[in-house]
Write a protein that binds this ligand. Sequence first.
Ligand code: SAH
Ligand code: SF4
Ligand code: F3S
Length: 481
Amino acid sequence: MNMMNPDISLSNETVPVSEPERQYYYIEKAKTYVEALRERLGRPVTFCVTTFGCQMNARDSEKLRGILEQIGYIEAEEEEADFIIYNTCTVRENANTRVYGRLGQLKPRKQKNPHMMIGLCGCMMQEPEVVEKLKKSYRFVDIIFGTHNIFKFAELIVNRFESDRMVIDIWKDTDQIIEDLPNDRKYAFKSGVNIMFGCNNFCSYCIVPYVRGRERSRDPKAIVREIQKMVADGVVEVMLLGQNVNSYGKTLEQPMTFAQLLKEIEQIEGLERIRFMTSHPKDLSDELIQVMGESKKICKHLHLPVQSGSSRILKKMNRRYTKEQYLDLVERIRAAVPDISLTTDIIVGFPGETEEDFQETLDVVRKVRYDSAFTFIYSKRTGTPAAAMEDQVPEDVVKDRFDRLLKEVQTIAAEVCSVHEGTTQTVLAESVSDHDSTMITGRMSNNLLVHFKGEETLIGKLVNVHLTECKGFYYLGELVE
Ligand code: SAH
Ligand code: SF4
Ligand code: F3S
């Protein structure tokens, strides 16, 4: 029975069973509830989606926003929002801690404003212990769902409006990919595009395969169609997203490679730039290196997570490459794409890591000379093989290694960054500079940022900028007419 608005519950007979039609039905139905609430409050009903974690989550949040806007919610700051959604991450323990902290702060606000709704979704919700904890100690949360069913958001909202209890819907895994639902892009001129979901690699430290499910690729035609639509709508740059884009296509009925997909996307007229992440070194093919070398649109940047420089640790991590294979791969990429910028992820303090192993990591950093690197302290994730390994490294030892690694990475990055000084580069003007409203911030093909004097009307355009001064990790430049 409809507890909140008994007069507007519709008969179940009319609910479509196939997707996405079913969700469009629920979007219409949710609209009536939000409209009723708007009348009751005498003002627009607002939402705020906060994203934790990676680009995958950021793209999911755009889908949530798209659905909420269709339903009639208006975006607002969290302090004012009637519906607050946290799209969570659980890759490292501190990501979880932050969510519990934020939730604790919401409790008194929700008590004062009973019409408020709180929704939790994303990777953290795929962990049964998290949901148990929420059910026990965070009863004021309204909707909990996972990574496999975000397409059902409108339906879950309706379920919540029609009951007086917490709505929980978590799927263990899925083989479904629902196309053609609304989404609201953060930027008008660039966008993330999912090409695959899930991960089959089971690196021994990583929780992602458990919370994102098995690897499945989107139909290439659906990907191309989506990008064509985006381009017609003003997008010039896409970021193809997957946990391991190099294994794209393996699960399709008609298998194809990531390199082949890139060639098809390259053909899309009006699309100027193609980026992708993340590339697993073990699956990076010669075919891909060749396509990157020949492409006019693929950006000169490759994020190639190494995780560790020690072959012994890499084996324990289940990464399936050695230090030598990684360095050889880097050489081959550099030979084919000489001006490519390389970035990476590194974990310090994996169980059993010795000073010797750590020196191997420093050695890779010195040999590759990354443009930048994300460095992480190993975080024990319950349920992963590494969590059960002996010899967890003491905290103070890890901290000391982390500091030394960061220093090395930053010193090298500053040197590598400065080599472009004096050159002219094509940049995509992305925003008005945070620090100076007369300046525009643009992004070069290699992913470095440059600030230059310019008008806001340039945003979304590709322009030529002369790089006058390197400031460590970014540039100052001048617009070239
Ligand atoms: N699919 C991507 C990585 C996604 S997670 C890839 O394979 O490259 C992003 C990064 O988080 C990883 O590259 C890794 O460096 C880091 N990470 C994952 N699990 C971690 C853990 N348990 N502790 C610390 N860092 C971790
Ligand atoms: Fe995690 Fe490894 Fe999969 Fe990346 S490839 S998401 S690190 S299991
Ligand atoms: Fe975090 Fe999930 Fe991404 S665990 S890093 S948000 S895939």
